[in-house]
Design a protein around this ligand. Structure first.
Ligand SMILES: [Cu+2]
Length: 145
């Protein structure tokens, strides 16, 4: 029994974490800061933590949780209070909704990285680094919504 358990654990440890992008977009707003939204599905048997994100259009990406309590506010429209979180977690065989009112990715430094403002429909790569070091890159459209 011990031996069997060891083999099963070993098998899980080798399984590659994988997330599926169900939807996602980067909000088109004037200015130096914007937000990205996405819905991720984890088909695997273990939660997957996203510990870092990056994109060529921003100097820095942070994970923010929208809160109802008073926090320091930024200058973008409908997210009045937010707090930075260290990671995002997609539950086993479940979804993480990084959507307005819940979470967003905060993108900083757009002016430094983009000689021209983001265009509607422009497609932007977003790379997520998972706990353990694996990376996943998705492509998100820029949309005014
Ligand atoms: Cu934010």
């Amino acid at each position: 029994m011990r031996w069997l358990g060891f083999l099963l654990l070993g098998g899980l440890a080798w399984a590659q974490p994988l997330l599926e992008l169900k939807e996602g977009w980067i909000r088109r707003v004037p200015g130096n800061i914007t937000a990205a939204y996405l819905v991720l599905y984890n088909p695997g048997p273990r939660p997957v933590r996203i510990v870092e994100a990056s994109t060529p259009i921003a100097t820095r990406v942070e994970f923010h949780q929208t809160t109802s309590s008073r926090g320091h506010s930024h200058d973008h429209s409908d997210v009045s209070a937010m707090k930075r979180v260290a990671f995002l977690e997609v539950p086993a065989r479940g979804r993480l909704e990084v959507l307005p009112g819940k979470y967003h990715l905060m993108l900083y430094g757009l002016r430094e990285k983009n000689p021209q403002p983001l265009q509607e429909g422009q497609r932007v790569p977003l790379t997520l680094r998972l706990e353990g070091g694996a990376t996943l890159t998705f492509t998100l459209p820029v949309q005014m919504r």
